[in-house]
Design a protein around this ligand. Structure first.
Ligand code: SF4
Ligand code: SF4
Length: 374
C-alpha cells in the first residue's frame, strides 16, 4: 500500500468532531487552518492538496491532535506527507533557505564551521580539549544552539553541569552537523541518509557509551529515526534523563536557587514524541528552593508554545501568539519563570517579549540562572 493510500484510509476515519482543535496551538493562536482541516481536507481533491500542502507549514507538528483524537487520525503524518509534496519551488522561502543551508553548510543557519565554537565564548574553561577525544559520554550540541546567540546559553550551561558532575565527555566541534530533524520537518528526510551516517560514525569512532542531546528534536532523531537507517551502538539520552540519572547516582548535587517558583513547559517532541515526562520533574524537584507548578494542560496534553515544526520560519506572528498564550497562563499561575528543556521553546518564548524569566533546565543546577531574556 502506498504511503498516500494508507494516509487516505486513516484520514477517512475523521468524524470532524473537533476534539483536536481545542489542543491545536495554531487554532488557539487564531489561524483558520487547524488539525481538523488537515484531517478532513488534506487529500480531498488534487487541487485542494496543492493548497493544503502550502498550508501544512502552519502546523507545529506538536502531535497534540493525534494524542486526543478518538479515531486515531495521524494528522502530523499527513502534514509531513503534504510538506513532502511541495516541490523545491513551492517551498516557503525561509524553509527553502534553511534546507539549502543544511545541504551546503551542514547547519540551519548557513554559518561557517569555524563559528561553531561561538557558544563557548562565555565559558571560563575552554572546551577545545574535549573535541573528538574518546570518552564515556558524547554531547551532541545541535546547530540551533551552537550558532544562535539566543540559545548558546544551553550548551554552555550543559558543559558547566558536566564539569560539576565530573562527566567524561566529548564533543565533535566544528565537524558536528545538523541532526536532520529540520529536513524531516520540511518533508525531505530522504536526502538525510549520508548526514545521519556521518554523525553516527563520528561518535562511534570515539567509543562513547552514551550520547546526550539538549534538543528534543535531535534526541528523537538519534533515538527513534537514526536506528531505522543505521545501527546505533550506544545509549541515547535527553539531557533531562541524564541529569535525573546523575542525581539518582549521587554524582550531581543541585545547589539552592533561593526562592524560585517555576512552571515546567513540556516540549512536544520530548513529552508526546518521546514519552520523557517524569525525568525533568524528578530533576527539578531535587533543586533546593525551587517550587514546581504545573500548567492546567501538561505532560502529554501540554499545549505547544509555537516554537516547533519550523513555524517560526514560516509564520512568525502565529508562533509568537502561541508563545504569548503560554506566557499568559504562566503569569496566571503566579510563577517567576517558565522552565523548559528545548532550544526551540526557549527561543520562541524569549523572542515573544515578556517579563517572566525563561530558563532552560540545564541552567538551574549551578545555584544561578539567567537573569535576562536575551
Ligand atoms: S482529527 Fe480526530 S479529533 Fe480531529 S476532528 Fe477528526 S476525528 Fe475529531
Ligand atoms: S500537530 Fe499540533 S499544530 Fe499540527 S495540526 Fe496537530 S495540534 Fe495543530
Amino acid at each position: 500500500m502506498s504511503e498516500k493510500t494508507d494516509l487516505l484510509k486513516k484520514t477517512d476515519k475523521c468524524i470532524r468532531c473537533g476534539t483536536c482543535i481545542a489542543f491545536c496551538p495554531v487554532a488557539r493562536a487564531g489561524l483558520p487552518v487547524n488539525s481538523r482541516y488537515f484531517a478532513s481536507e488534506g487529500f480531498r481533491t488534487p487541487r485542494r492538496e496543492k493548497q493544503t500542502s502550502k498550508d501544512s507549514f502552519n502546523c507545529t507538528l506538536c502531535m497534540a491532535c493525534v494524542n486526543v483524537c478518538p479515531r486515531g487520525v495521524p494528522v502530523p503524518l499527513v502534514v509531513e506527507y503534504l510538506r513532502g509534496q511541495a516541490g523545491e519551488k513551492e517551498l516557503p522561502s525561509n524553509i527553502k533557505q534553511m534546507v539549502e543551508n543544511i545541504r551546503e553548510s551542514g547547519n540551519i543557519h548557513g554559518a561557517d564551521k569555524e563559528d561553531w565554537l561561538m557558544w563557548t565564548y562565555e565559558l571560563e574553561e575552554p572546551v577545545e580539549d574535549r573535541i573528538k577525544v574518546p570518552a564515556e559520554v558524547g554531547y551532541f550540541v545541535g546547530c540551533n544552539s551552537a550558532y544562535s546567540p539566543s540559545t548558546a546559553r544551553i550548551p554552555a550551561a550543559t558543559v558547566k553541569l558536566f564539569r560539576m558532575a565530573n562527566v567524561d565527555f566529548t564533543i565533535l566541534g566544528p565537524d558536528e552537523t545538523c541532526c536532520a530533524a529540520p529536513l524531516l520537518m520540511a518533508g525531505r528526510l530522504r536526502e538525510a541518509k549520508k548526514l545521519i551516517e556521518d554523525n553516527v560514525k563520528a561518535f562511534k569512532n570515539l567509543k562513547i557509551k552514551t550520547l546526550v542531546t539538549s534538543c528534543p528534536a535531535c534526541f528523537r532523531m538519534w533515538r527513534d529515526v537514526y536506528p531505522k537507517i543505521t545501527e546505533i551502538p550506544f545509549r541515547v539520552e535527553h539531557i533531562t534523563q541524564f541529569i535525573s540519572r546523575l542525581i539518582e547516582e549521587g554524582k550531581l548535587k543541585p545547589e539552592s536557587v533561593g526562592d524560585l517558583r517555576v512552571v515546567y513547559h513540556d516540549p512536544c517532541e520530548l513529552a508526546r514524541g518521546c514519552g520523557v515526562i517524569e525525568e525533568p520533574r524528578k530533576a527539578l524537584k531535587n533543586i533546593p528552593g525551587l517550587k514546581l507548578k504545573e500548567y492546567k494542560q501538561c505532560k502529554d496534553e501540554a499545549i505547544c508554545c509555537g516554537g516547533g515544526g519550523l513555524l517560526r520560519a514560516y509564520n512568525l506572528e502565529t508562533a509568537e501568539k502561541a508563545a504569548k498564550n503560554k506566557i499568559r497562563e504562566a503569569e496566571e499561575l503566579g510563577v517567576d519563570a517558565i522552565v523548559t528543556s528545548c532550544p526551540a521553546c526557549l527561543q520562541n518564548l524569549i523572542k515573544s517579549k515578556n517579563k517572566i524569566k525563561i530558563i532552560d533546565i540545564a541552567e538551574l543546577f549551578q545555584g544561578q540562572h539567567s537573569e535576562t531574556n536575551r
